[in-house]
Design a protein around this ligand. Sequence first.
Ligand code: AMP
Length: 403
Amino acid sequence: MEFNEFDLHPHVAAGVKAAGYLTPTPIQCQAIPTVLKGSDVMGLAQTGTGKTAAFVLPILHRLIQGPRGRVRALIIAPTRELAEQTHESIGSLGKQTRLRSITVYGGVAMNPQIQKLRNGAEIVVACPGRLLDHINQRSINLSHLEALVLDEADRMFDMGFLPDIRKIISHVPVKRQTLMFSATMPDDIRRLAHEVLHAPVTVQVDHAAPANTVAHALYPVEQHLKTSLLLELLRHTDTDSVLVFTRTKHRAKRVGQQLEKSGYRAVSLQGNLSQNKRQSALDGFRKGAYQILVATDIAARGIDVSSISHVINYDMPDTADAYTHRIGRTGRAAKTGDAFTFITREDNDMVRSIERILGEKVEHRILEGFDYKTQSAAQKHTGPHAGRTVKRRFGTIALSPSR
Ligand code: AMP
């Protein structure tokens, strides 16, 4: 399938060309014609599949006709980062349409948003909490809304936004087109879909499995050696942009500092940062000023950097779904990427869950030349059991040769 088969308005087609998209991704092939026809859509697609353009392009096409200066499309996203990225996609794909998009989210002053809303915009990309504030203050008028998009619905559910979303929906016209995207389909999302979508067409790509352009590998290691292994791995690997995930924000901060100390252009992203600092860390990473970004799952939600070559799970995520989300950051669209996960003995159950989702065993690797035997300070002082080698500790794990 080719983009010209969608018969998009020439101003929208120009945006596709400017973005350098040659062929539509599978979710775009399925969703774009359906949305153009005016149907409601339930899209089961994770980040990295091209789902944003799958709803942005037909919405731009639709809004080119009709009145300007009133909110006609509303896109609700779980995080500020995702909202900003979607807004940027609208800006670049819709450059020639002269349609205006604005973002609305918390953590920044309300007044500039009110001013932007007053100046008039046809598209609003919003996070639920702040949008509700605007609705309550009557600083946004949604009575002319034609299209509503709920993006990453499962994430919004995880973050406790469903009550807010229900309230928002009670303020938009009943007659509208609604599109909902979600990487997974837990019962609550199914119920929400039932409530808000009218005779939806379901489109689905690669159900919950990470993009198959990603190569996965597991690195068994003891907890206290993770940072040394990370440094050694980076030294031996040809990397572009690297996203490192840790379990806690303290660890994100510490690992970021250690990488910096070792001479890497690294920055960490934690929930504690002000919005300005977050944005500048993200911008720096996106533009290549930082090569490595260390983040927790929460902090990293919505990050879309198309050149991420490696996702390194310094700590195993808590769920197989979180793994899918993390890995969705590399191997985006047609690009390839590597996903490395450090595992300790406690992670064996999670390894099995991930392998179930991937439908295959994941290769275990040992990094040649790395000293797996170094003891932690605690081990050196704990008597007879001190100094057990990693070989013994991982004796039950089959190590397959590295690629
Ligand atoms: P998304 O899943 O919407 O977050 O998109 C993932 C990445 O793929 C983004 O960097 C998009 O710019 C890119 N992308 C979207 N559609 C295409 C396409 N048809 N061809 C190439 N890249 C694309």
